[in-house]
Design a binder for this molecule. Structure first.
Ligand code: AMP
Length: 508
């Protein structure tokens, strides 16, 4: 027998087994009135209501619904109401500026736009005729007691389109199917040992690869979601204490914030010997991994993956053999990206690029066959990351693609260069990432002007008008010229070199 795998499996099980349990604790401090707390039965009811509302609007199966929101219970409901009824959710990074959001809304052909109240002004500028502000009218958007039109799940149907900054000036829309999301959620949860005792704190933005699939896996096991709207070290510790959190995910920068807050925390650190923290986005320093174990008493787990892979490709979790090791030795081993997750096959091409085959690899980029063909050539997914595999464990050592990862978010250097070149007095620019203790990598612009005396502040102000905050160059250096090849191409490796000298890995 074959049953189509769909994200509805997760919610159906939660409702059947745990109808009266608290499912979601919404963020108390947000511009919209917090919704809930919702039990799994209540959550299911509202998700169905959301689907019925999309029926009323006439959004057909396969129609796109864009959402720009900080983490919220309503956004979690939309994953189920929208994707669970055969529509496609397009979660958009809330740090983007209007012109960036406009491109995604237009390119995805979104028929409906859902926005957090804080972003209502930005959305108004887009002039989308079907814009709805979350929290304005829950009885309309997330009503109770409604029965939506039935959808017969199709595991190959696209569930979400997640836009990601990559090697092109414009972001690409990664189409992830129900099957992709299902396999990712189930294998990831298996590796983490997710159970109905888990309380998950949403430190990871839901727009980022659908919160790495946690909205699905945790739900299927009947765990509890605790929504966090804004990442703040002390607030994370407080929530862990108050809500009995056992599990969280984030970029290394999130861990740094927690460690800083822990240094002045009064009393025992919450969650000692209970919390597991999953880190990805960049290779965390060994000292950070050690500090997680020693100062917080939490279990550190590293994963590696991309938006294009739903995201999980590898997992590095302490194994029985590591029990006898010192913290330092264990941290060194956990500093690698990890071993392939269940059902993932990894390889490294002759020129050092990490290649993957997995049921979690995207079906295609939305409306971009050329990019799809390039990414999936030779029957492998090309990650654009440089790495080595030893004893079955992958280490990421380099980045083949022109991408900077700052605070766990991808920044396309080409996109930033493109924006800066619109400045009337900038003649040439190269944007590179340089190592930074707090953000992993710092977006840095090397600028050649037309001779005008231009200040760094002026360039930053200009960049702010066109680019989301995390893409703005934090450091600007003026140069007389930039190293180029004979054919005029920027020599990025050469430009990066002085900043990375003496380091083993060329990623941070
Ligand atoms: P995104 O598509 O935004 O999730 O970014 C994916 C990229 O993040 C990968 O291609 C890697 O360059 C980087 N990345 C993710 N996890 C890790 C990790 N554990 N170690 C090193 N780099 C990572």
């Amino acid at each position: 027998m074959e049953r189509p795998l769909s994200i509805n499996d997760f919610l159906r099980r939660a409702v059947q087994v745990y109808p009266d349990r608290v499912a979601v604790v919404d963020e108390p401090d947000q511009p919209a009135p917090p919704i809930g707390p919702l039990t799994w039965a209540g959550f299911d009811d509202r998700a169905k209501g959301h689907a019925a509302w999309l029926d009323d609007l006439g959004v057909a199966v396969g129609g796109r619904v864009a959402i720009i929101s900080q983490n919220s219970a309503r956004m979690l409901l939309s994953f189920y109401g929208c994707c669970g009824s055969g529509r496609v959710l397009v979660p958009i990074n809330f740090r983007l500026v209007e012109e960036e959001v406009a491109y995604i809304v237009e390119h995805s052909g979104a028929e409906v736009l859902l926005v957090d109240p804080e972003l209502a002004d930005l959305a108004a500028g887009l002039g989308h005729p079907r814009t709805f502000v979350l929290g304005d009218d829950d009885d309309l958007l997330y009503p109770t007691g409604r029965t939506p039109a039935p959808w017969v799940p199709d595991e190959r149907a696209t569930a979400t389109i997640n836009y990601t900054s990559g090697t092109t000036a414009r972001p690409k829309g990664v189409q992830l199917t129900h099957r992709n999301l299902w396999v990712n959620a189930v294998t990831f949860s298996l590796h983490l040992g997710v159970s109905d005792r888990d309380v998950y704190l949403h430190t990871l933005p839901l727009f980022h690869v659908n919160g790495w699939g946690m909205p699905f896996g945790l739900t299927g096991m009947g765990g509890r979601h605790v929504v966090l709207r804004k990442v703040d070290g002390a607030e994370i510790l407080r929530r862990i204490e108050d809500e009995g959190v056992t599990l969280l995910c984030g970029a290394p920068a999130v861990i740094t914030m927690v460690l800083e807050a822990a240094a002045t925390w009064e009393g025992p650190i919450p969650g000692r010997d209970r919390v597991r923290v999953v880190v990805a986005g960049a290779p965390p320093p060994t000292t950070t991994i050690e500090a997680v174990e020693l100062e917080l008493g939490w279990e550190f787990i590293q994963i590696y993956g991309l938006t294009e892979t739903s995201p999980v490709l590898t997992v590095n979790r302490s194994r029985a053999e590591y029990d006898e090791l010192t913290t330092h030795e264990r941290a060194r081993l956990l500093g690698r990206a990890g071993a392939p997750s269940l059902s993932t096959e990894l390889s490294v091409s002759p020129d050092g690029e990490v290649l993957a085959r997995s049921n979690t690899v995207l079906s295609s980029y939305w409306d971009n066959p050329a990019a799809t063909e390039e990414a999936l050539s030779d029957g492998w997914f090309h990650t654009g990351d440089g790495g080595t595999i030893e004893d079955g464990y992958l280490t990421i050592t380099d980045r083949k693609k022109d991408v900077i990862i700052s605070g766990g978010e991808n920044v396309s250097s080409i996109e930033v260069e493109d924006a800066l070149l619109h400045h009337p007095h900038i003649r040439e620019v190269a944007v590179i990432g340089i190592p930074d203790e707090r953000w992993g990598e710092l977006v840095t612009a090397l600028v050649v002007t037309d001779g005008t005396d231009l200040g760094a502040d002026e360039i930053i102000t200009f960049a702010r008008e066109h680019l989301g905050g995390y893409k703005i160059p934090r450091r600007i250096e003026f140069r007389d010229e930039l190293a180029r090849t004979a054919t005029g191409k920027l020599q990025k490796a050469k430009l990066r070199e002085p900043f990375w000298a003496g380091r083993e890995r060329k990623v941070h």
